[in-house]
Design a protein around this ligand. Sequence first.
Ligand SMILES: NC(=O)c1ccc[n+]([C@@H]2O[C@H](COP(=O)([O-])OP(=O)(O)OC[C@H]3O[C@@H](n4cnc5c(N)ncnc54)[C@H](O)[C@@H]3O)[C@@H](O)[C@H]2O)c1
Length: 448
Amino acid sequence: MRVAMIGTGYVGLVSGACMADFGHHITCVDKDGDKIAMLNCGEIPIYEPGLHDLVRANAEQGRLAFTTDLKGTVAAADAVFIAVGTPSRRGDGHADLAYVYEAAREIAAALAGFTVVIVKSTVPVGTGDEVERILQETAPEKEAAVASNPEFLREGAAVHDFKHPDRIVVGTEDARAREVVAEIYRPLSLSRPPILYTSRRNAELIKYAANAFLATKITFINEIADLCEKVGADVQEIARGIGLDNRIGSKFLHAGPGFGGSCFPKDVRALIKTAQDHDVPLRIVEAVASVNETRKRAMARKVAAMFGDGLRGKAVAVLGLAFKPNTDDMREAPAIALITALQDMGARVRAYDPASIEQAKGVLENVTYGANAYECADGADALVIATEWEQFRALDLKRLRKLMARPVIIDLRNIYPPEEISRYGFDYACIGRSASPRKQPKLERRKA
Ligand SMILES: NC(=O)c1ccc[n+]([C@@H]2O[C@H](COP(=O)([O-])OP(=O)(O)OC[C@H]3O[C@@H](n4cnc5c(N)ncnc54)[C@H](O)[C@@H]3O)[C@@H](O)[C@H]2O)c1
């Protein structure tokens, strides 16, 4: 099967490399010439574990190629995936479909023979109809079928997720399109992931409903965490206690600084807009968006609360900038709102992240970057853990205690047991747990 992947970003590159690894012939197209040049030199433009080896091996074996030539690639393909970005549209929060429609027009002009066009980008319900209309209008003489195949991979675990999906969703009413998509995913049949064949509109909406649900789960536990702090409860115990219920499940119940990243915030906004356009306000999802937005900045107040005299002039070290570990993606990372708010309060911010410092430089101003966690913490009045990279889980606390001007740690990911941190003489704050449990056993005391 010859496949064209239009858009060689986080989704297009991972999907393309994994499909090549299945044995298909994939050509990844991008209009960003620098990205394609890098890939053709064996360099990977993003940080994603396992991707480098996968790309190199499949490129060497001649199954994976990179080009800016959309026309020639599409003309030779049996299937064309659209995996371009769908960011929030500036000003109103709708999904910006300009890249999708532009790709559709370019594809239409290049089609040769029956081709299945598969929209992998996350797009509002009904976008497939518009892509179909564009194809028919631009190239009425050419034959194509449009399918939806939303992607559910997680950055940081993208290769694993693509190869071991919980499910594959295929939205099409066209039998030939269904057959082509089935053939693309056939190599996965050994691990038997459920393939849900459904209508195109259903497939489009499944993706948004899934992301909105997960965002709701995170926001729910974040609010429960706030309550825990007031009543002397431990949100990790609550999460475990409810997560053991199979109807709830334990995933996405980690309280933290609010969700960020390239998908949840924009997809939640886009779903709200779609629903409003159809006069069906999604009040729960609207609440999720607004609670989450306020939360990110509120994390800076948590830092300020550690000092009686505010943050003006204080040096705050922030560990972790990417929106989650194992990625360099800074899109809507909670660290951005946190750092901006810290700076607004007068703090001097230094930061360290294992993968995203270059990206951070493009979005943050007046931040000093350390070469590692210890250099970042040297002389700091407070250390904030904003992203739970593995390498922050076992910091040398003794060394940190010596390096820092004041022993203050704010752990926004709850990666340390409060007792352990206190043993080293740190003032410690975390999310939804008492920093020193022995001080607040109100409920236990009442029982006794
Ligand atoms: N990143 C994720 O974890 C993730 C997960 C699931 C779904 N998605 C969805 O997948 C889509 C892509 O996301 P991403 O994170 O890979 O985006 P991205 O911004 O990393 O990559 C998009 C790429 O498309 C290219 N592009 C845009 N228009 C083009 C055109 N006409 N021809 C060729 N190339 C073009 C851009 O240059 C860019 O390299 C989005 O809709 C997103 O919501 C993303």
